[in-house]
Write a protein that binds this ligand. Structure first.
Ligand code: NAD
Length: 455
């Protein structure tokens, strides 16, 4: 079916009003959960084929996280979808005011390849909860997972309600030429700009979940072994192809040697003497990205790793020291298993360094110093992050997840997903018992009374 026909089908479906019924939305969320559970093995297998993700990692970061989000949404959606009564100004005495959340209509969800299942389905949960019809566009790079998404959605959902469109850049361009009621995009900054420009033509509202260079700051006087474990886990998960992975380390000069020693040991503990043999270490998505990453290995001094294998799309977990801001590895988001280290002496220096770059999607700080924690929290803009951990802030349905500035706009997860996909309609229901004449012309001699009321 051509894109225009699918959009038409979805508009008709939306206009027949079924999605406005919250029980219908809950039923569809249950169906989504069942669909994922019934196809769990196929999904984990596809993730393994696309990125050599272990089943554990696939379940932890893609399947399990979605099942939890669906359960939470099913539990809460009735209360989120209710009209909420709010205060009414005294000038409208005896009237009532409500905020009524309503679905936008037909939404487009475009996803990247790095968490290809999770990042396609997580926004869908919010879109369904809010009562929208959705067109999903998974990435062409994660072929196997995109195929599974296409098949399981087609088999279980009415195309008028949820449809999947496969394809590459030309298909994206065609989609972006159409008029949607909302666009939810996850991907790179350059494509984010293309999406926003296309959306502007129709004044379509957008959420942009983008990337950037997320710093990980390591203070002095900390447990370096614990920090090393959490940093190595966050950096080399999915072989570094995680939007919120620590991109680079800023380490206090007193901590650096000990932290490096501990990170070396932890890499060995996690992935063994030869990470290439480890069933738990993923691969780079394709040759283009492997070449891009290989070119970054000529920055600084390689302390750990550095081995690459084009055939098997392998890059060893790598740590690079003596890196400067002029090196290629510091120019853009790394998005791979390469961790550069820059040393610092005081926290003010750190604030200046991070703020001289674009606003990051995530920031991590390992510190026990309350003053330093407050300084970093209060003086650096970033999407979200952790103190004394990496990545895990995004796994909470209780906090909105999203970027700021060039790392994105808007947010989702939990209630934030429902809000993102809902328009808040404000309605004032006026009482007919009184009709105060002050506001009506002629205004002669009324200004002084108005000034007393509106001061
Ligand atoms: P990408 O921007 O290349 O692709 C994302 C989507 O856009 C895909 O569906 C792709 O088909 C489509 N696309 C690609 N080129 C296009 C074009 N010229 N016109 C229209 N559509 C186009 O991103 P990617 O390489 O798939 O993913 C990596 C990026 O995504 C990284 O920058 C990463 O930080 C970011 N990311 C962000 C988050 C987040 O939650 N903020 C999550 C994962 C990834």
């Amino acid at each position: 079916m051509v894109i225009k026909d699918i959009i038409k089908k979805q508009r008709d479906y939306f206009n027949n009003g079924r999605t406005r019924d919250v029980d219908f939305r809950i039923e569809q969320l249950r169906l989504l959960k069942k669909t994922i559970k019934d196809n769990e093995d196929k999904i984990l297998n596809a993730l393994n084929k696309d990125l050599k993700k272990s089943y554990f990692e696939g379940y932890e970061t893609e399947v399990g996280i979605l099942l939890e989000e669906i359960d939470y949404t099913i539990k809460k959606v009735k209360s989120w979808a209710k009209s909420k009564r709010v205060k009414t100004p005294i000038t409208h005495f005896l009237s009532r005011s409500y905020i009524h959340p309503e679905p936008y209509g037909v939404v487009l969800i475009m996803a990247p390849w790095n968490y290809p299942f999770q990042l396609t389905i997580a926004p869908l949960i919010g879109a369904i909860a809010a009562g929208n019809c959705s067109i999903l566009k998974p990435s062409e790079y994660s072929n196997y997972t995109s195929e599974i998404i296409y098949n399981i959605i087609k088999e279980n959902f009415d195309e008028g309600f949820v449809a999947v469109i496969k394809g590459g850049r030309e298909v994206n361009e065609k989609l972006l030429n159409e008029n949607f009621d909302y666009i939810f995009f996850t991907g790179s900054i350059p494509v984010g700009k293309i999406v926003m420009e296309a959306a502007a033509k129709n004044l379509t509202p957008v959420t942009l979940e983008l990337g950037g260079k997320s710093p990980c700051i390591v203070d002095k006087d900390i447990d370096t072994k614990l920090a090393a474990r959490r940093i190595v886990w966050g950096k080399f998960l999915n072989a570094g192809q995680t939007c919120v992975a620590p991109d680079y380390l800023l380490v206090h000069e007193d901590t650096k040697d000990k932290l490096i020693k501990d990170m070396k040991e932890i890499i060995n503990e996690f992935y063994g003497d030869n990470p290439k043999e480890s069933p738990d270490y993923p691969r780079i998505i394709n040759k283009k990205h492997l070449d891009r990453l290989s070119n970054l290995l000529n920055s600084g001094n390689i302390l750990v790793g550095g081995e690459t294998d084009k055939e098997s799309l392998y890059i060893e977990p790598t740590i690079i020291d003596n890196v400067s801001w002029e090196d290629s590895v510091m120019a853009d988001e790394i998005f791979g298993p390469i961790l550069p280290i820059i040393e610092y002496r005081n926290i003010e220096e750190v604030i200046e360094m991070v703020n001289s770059y674009y606003k990051p999607l995530a920031l991590y700080l390992f510190s026990n110093n309350k003053l330093n924690i407050d300084k970093i929290k209060g003086n650096i803009p970033f999407g979200g992050g952790c103190i004394n951990d990496t990545i895990v802030h995004l796994a909470s349905p209780y906090m909105p997840f999203g970027g700021v500035g060039s790392s994105g706009m808007g947010s989702y997860h939990g209630k934030a997903s429902f809000d993102t996909f809902s328009h808040k309609k404000s309605i004032l229901k006026k009482s007919n018992l009184f009709d105060i004449k002050l506001r009506y012309p002629p205004y002669k001699n009324k200004l002084n009374i108005l000034k007393k009321l509106m001061k």
